[in-house]
Design a protein around this ligand. Sequence first.
Ligand code: SAH
Length: 276
Amino acid sequence: MRHFPDRPGRADRLVVLGGKPQRTPGAVWLVGAGPGDPELLTIKALKALERAEVVVHDGLVSDEILRLAPEGARRISVAKRKSRHSYSQDEINRMLVAFALEGLTVVRLKGGDPFIFGRGGEELEACREAGVVCHVVPGVTAALAAGASAGAPLTHRGSAQAVTFVTGHAAQGAEPDLDWQGLAKANHTVVVYMGLSMAAPIAARLMAAGRDPSTPALIVENASRADERRVVTTLAGLAEAAASLAGPALLVVGEAMALAQAGGAELQTLLKEARA
Ligand code: SAH
């Protein structure tokens, strides 16, 4: 009888029959990075970043936040770029799944909250379809930071019984198809994401649907960042105010914006120093 000294034992054979070496399964963490200020990251987001082996991030995430990931972690920007190749959503989905199937801990880092105009839902679905575990860590969405900086509550007893988040952006630069009648109701705050370049048609639609042109409005650019700027205006003045800003910015329309304070981070610091 022949002797096979290196013949694998039963357990090893089972692995061989499985076809692939055993790996610890990876996972995708869909993490909200908040509006920009690193102090607005959640502790859970920070912990996820600290464990990341790959960080796939978009353009709204600051370097200060990216530095919180381990030095050795691979950082991949999937930001929309005009000149260079930008990744399609499908490519991003496939990238996340592929890294996780390699056994890596992948952090998909997104500005604000992953589920507020962040396409996080599509990434979650891609993971589910591929059998990849996906954890979601919520983040402070830009609207909350904008209201906080301006000192204007998004809901307010007596002047804002509801708040609605809408996108001002539709496919191929078309006007968004929104419920203008509903958005024109008084005592209701409307926050428009991605609406800066569409401020004129959005304001016109709201007024045409009956919203009072004198309704207070606020635009916040770079909310919570060092270069934050806030412009306080009215619905009638929204388009003109928007024209002076580059974004990222939010348009906020509603009676409660009467409480909003204009200015920028620099101005606030100067005022604070002057008072001290
Ligand atoms: N998921 C993000 C939104 C992504 S959509 C969130 O929850 O905040 C991108 C839009 O968000 C921008 O066009 C802008 O309208 C808004 N935005 C994101 N960060 C912002 C910031 N720091 N200040 C003002 N607007 C911001």
